[in-house]
Design a protein around this ligand. Structure first.
Ligand SMILES: Cc1ncc(COP(=O)(O)O)c(C=O)c1O
Length: 387
């Protein structure tokens, strides 16, 4: 693998050995596959097809109608590399909705790509990844691959991020990763704490804010943090179309940040991956972003189905970790492991998440699906738990 002088200088200046440097360079050249870096994708590959699928935090339904129509309309023109400026249109739509300049946006085939790259770009053997425990695993997977240190800071008693402890965890931190709302708990960290972190983090570190599930939360859109990007702070915000927009299989996500921070994310490949989104996916994303009524309908459906599920489980005395504001709930079985429960539900045709968060071995994550999905889950629960 050939790496540019600029990338070599960047990696060596951050304390990579020559061997580690090659691993960093190879990470996006195919050595670490998308499957190993993207946990939901990796577990989805193993999940049983058919039945009730509430294991991967996917949306219960597909793309919104205007998005699906836009994608279908452009398929017949996809003999052209760029039929009608679909990629530029997507960036313009994001810029308008998020109120950030277009050059502060970089698209990817899924936000995992930007997340993993942020670790390569800003961490090193001497610059750690600071994150919550438990949290979404992609950043840690990238750090493990590169052998960069990880500081895992337990969530607070209310399951928000312990921002003050995270800020103090390593004076030489490279990335401070905040997943808001957090996966797997769905819990929120107050905006004021995030603003405090951005102003008080160790010099030289970057705050990576993962807002994959932000559209589901009760205060959306007033709780987003795009204004920190517009204000030129040391922040990268990750977003995805895999969740409320129902486009996980269409693979689109994006990163917002200052242009010089984004430039570091593409040192490895000159940004070529960013420019290669499938045209139907880009068209679908653009048309979905502005479908406000449909977004609000999905939010309401999620909130109703989540409340129904919380009610069902609470009445049966189950301890729920939360409150979750996203399309997931964590159930503490206390006397059974997440693996045992995954197998028991699978036998009933219901896929829930397996053992992913070592600090919580008796806790399972279920995703909130359609009303019908949740009723399927309740029926299985009655068999599994009373068995
Ligand atoms: C917290 C979080 N961030 C990012 C992603 C990445 O999603 P994608 O690569 O599909 O955009 C996921 C997927 O489940 C997630 O849960």
């Amino acid at each position: 693998m050939k790496i540019s002088e600029e990338l070599k200088d960047d990696l060596l200046s951050r304390g990579y050995s020559r061997r580690q440097m090659m691993r960093a360079a190879m990470m996006f050249g195919g050595a670490a596959t998308a499957l190993t870096l993207n946990p939901e994708l990796a577990f989805a590959a193993d999940a049983k097809r058919g039945g009730v699928r509430i294991g991967q935090n996917e949306c219960w339904t597909g793309p919104m109608a205007p998005g699906a129509a836009a994608a279908a309309a452009v398929i017949s023109q996809s003999n052209r590399y760029v039929p009608n400026n679909e990629h530029d249109d997507l960036v313009k739509a994001i810029a308008m909705i998020e109120k950030v300049p277009a050059d502060h946006i970089m698209t990817w085939p899924g936000s995992n790509e930007g997340l993993a790259r942020s670790v390569v770009a800003f961490c090193s053997p001497t610059k750690s990844l600071v994150q919550a425990d438990p949290t979404y695993e992609t950043a840690a997977k990238a750090a493990n691959y590169l052998k960069t240190p990880i500081k895992g800071i337990p969530l607070k008693a209310d399951y928000s991020h312990d921002i003050r402890t995270m800020a103090a965890a390593d004076a030489n931190a490279g990335v401070i990763y905040v997943c808001n709302p957090n996966n797997p708990t769905g819990t929120m960290t107050p905006q004021s704490e995030i603003a405090w972190l951005v102003d008080n983090k160790p010099a030289g570190s970057i705050v990576v804010l993962d807002e994959a599930y932000i559209h589901w939360t009760k205060d959306y859109p007033n709780n987003t943090n795009s204004h920190l990007v517009a204000a030129g702070k040391d922040v990268l915000i990750m977003r995805t179309f895999s969740k409320i927009f129902g486009m996980a299989g269409m693979r689109i996500g994006y990163t917002m940040g200052r242009p010089e921070l984004l430039a570091k994310l593409k040192l490895h490949d000159g940004g070529s991956l960013s420019g290669q989104l499938p045209i139907p996916s880009a068209a679908c994303a653009t048309a979905s972003l502005t479908a406000k009524t449909l977004i609000d309908q999905r939010r309401k459906t999620l909130m109703d189905n989540s409340a129904m599920t919380v009610d069902f489980l609470s009445k049966r005395g189950l301890k729920l970790i939360g409150p979750s504001e996203a399309n997931m709930l964590m159930i503490d079985w206390k006397t059974k492991t997440a693996k045992e429960m995954q197998m028991a539900f699978r036998a009933q045709g219901v896929e829930i998440a397996g053992p992913r968060w070592a600090s919580w071995p008796t806790v399972s994550r279920i995703s909130i699906g359609s009303k019908q999905d949740m009723e399927g889950f309740f029926a299985a629960f009655n068999k599994v738990v009373s068995a």
